[in-house]
Design a protein around this ligand. Structure first.
Ligand code: FES
Ligand SMILES: [Fe+2]
Length: 451
């Protein structure tokens, strides 16, 4: 595939083929989803030994488990005997995964367990296999690398993939904000139990692109939601308290070599929204002040805050509200399974938690009014791009072309001070193109001067 022909970030032109073609999609599974670091879940979803969460990487089902020693594993949910899903629950707790087809059993670290009697472990192990089956070779397939980043768990199938810290680069500030409480304490968040999952008739990249800094669509697409006033203060989607620092600007920041990008408020912070309930408003204003003090004391940037995307498919609302992350799992070129996690501080009073639950759900997810606006765009844009004639005409990504400058705050980043820009998207597709046209990580990193 000649991807250079399809993607031209320098001139802001990108072929519709990468959003609708079966051939491109198959290549993406191999070159992107089998090689990059992907998000699987949060450690609060599997707090005790034997806990599991049935997650997903690309098109594949992957079990996130905590074994009897408390170690976390990511295991391909496919029996090594004949491929049956060894677990069909969304989440739970178990001692072993017993395959429903012929009964092979795996422990929570993926080991094919020793036979106890003739019906557990590998049924008929002694009589049928003569005891000769080498169980050590037939465990569930583990990911090649796994990290727990302040509670956020990521893994990759590629042993050659760069270390996670190298892979995320300066985007760690957005991830750190996501994984910190509203008072800025690292690791003090948990997931609202129940991850939302639904399918949309859109290419997966529409989701990632939307969150990595498409400020352009807001005023047009979300004006009705603002007019209705679904925010916690009963006004716009998220009316905020005054800024606590002198603003430099709201900017779009992206990492040209890495593909990640987000909205940032470099040098100042947005502030939390105003809440209609006086006690809840006071509660979050208190947390906001604590957060500013903590970040300043620890020398952490306060601006990495807005919507953002970690290449390829994890997007987040890092430090604001609703505190949430979304993963766009590819299903086919024009179908995506979307998963949404909602995060909250691990010590919220029940009434605050309940308040947030209601707001999160009316804002985001399949029933969220803001997300519905977005999904409508992605679905209709995909549908109107699949026709023979439509596919001949590329998309335009020229907003803010050649207007970005090196970031003042972050290494290897560029910033567009006029926040209506498609610079972040251009850099995202630059990375996409680099992965799609390279056969190895060594080649990719050589090109970007990182090796
Ligand atoms: S497919 Fe799992 S035991 Fe046969
Ligand atoms: Fe939107």
């Amino acid at each position: 595939m000649n991807d250079r022909h399809l993607v031209d970030p320098d001139n802001g032109v990108i072929s519709r083929e990468i959003f609708v073609s079966d051939e491109v999609f198959d290549e993406e599974l191999e070159r992107i989803f089998a090689r990059t670091w992907l998000f699987l879940g949060h450690e609060s979803q599997i707090p005790t030994t034997g806990d599991f969460f049935n997650s997903r990487m690309g098109t594949e089902s992957v079990l996130l488990t905590r074994d009897t020693d408390g170690e976390i594993h990511a295991l391909l949910n496919s029996c090594r005997h004949r491929g049956m899903k060894v677990c069909r629950y969304d989440e739970g707790n178990t001692h072993d995964f017993v395959c429903p087809y012929h009964g092979w059993s795996y422990s929570t670290d993926g080991t094919l367990v020793a036979t106890a009697g003739e019906l557990f472990g590998v049924p008929h192990y002694r009589a049928g296999y003569g005891g000769n089956l080498d169980r050590s070779q037939w465990g569930l397939v583990p990911t090649a690398q796994l990290v727990n980043h302040h509670g956020l768990i990521f893994a990759t199938w590629d042993p050659e993939a760069p270390p996670f810290d190298t892979y995320i680069g300066g985007f760690r500030h957005w991830l750190d904000n996501l994984a910190a409480s509203t008072a800025g304490e690292r690791g003090r968040v948990k997931v609202f139990r129940g991850v939302q999952k639904w399918r949309i008739r859109s290419n997966w990249k529409f989701v990632s692109e939307n969150f990595l800094g498409d400020n352009y669509h807001g005023p047009t697409s979300h004006s009705s939601v603002d007019a209705v006033g679904i925010g916690p203060g009963g006004k716009h989607a998220a009316t905020r308290h005054g800024d606590n620092k002198r603003p430099r600007s709201v900017a779009s920041t992206s990492f040209p070599d890495l593909g990640h990008g987000g909205v940032t408020t470099a040098g100042y912070a947005w502030g939390y929204p105003s809440f209609a309930e006086p006690e809840i408003d006071a509660f979050f204003q208190r947390r906001w002040r604590q957060r500013l003090e903590r970040l300043e004391a620890e020398g952490r940037p306060i601006g990495a805050f807005g919507p953002s995307t970690l290449f390829p498919s994890m997007s987040l609302h890092a430090g604001g509200f609703p505190r949430a992350l979304i993963v766009a799992h590819p299903v086919g070129p024009t179908e995506t399974e979307v998963w949404r996690w909602y995060l909250i501080d691990d010590d919220l009073p029940a009434e605050v938690e309940s308040w947030l639950r209601h707001w999160y759900l009316r804002y985001s997810g399949p029933a969220g009014l803001v997300e519905q606006d977005d999904m409508e765009n992605w679905d209709y844009a995909t549908e109107a791009s699949t026709g023979t004639i439509a596919r001949r005409y590329p998309y335009n990504y020229q907003l803010g072309l050649h207007m970005a400058t090196p970031s003042e705050d972050l290494d290897d980043a560029v910033e567009s001070s006029y926040f209506m820009t498609e610079e972040n998207a251009r850099n995202y597709y630059r990375r996409w193109s680099s992965l799609m046209s390279s056969t190895s990580w060594a080649e990719i990193e050589e090109r970007t001067g990182r090796r």
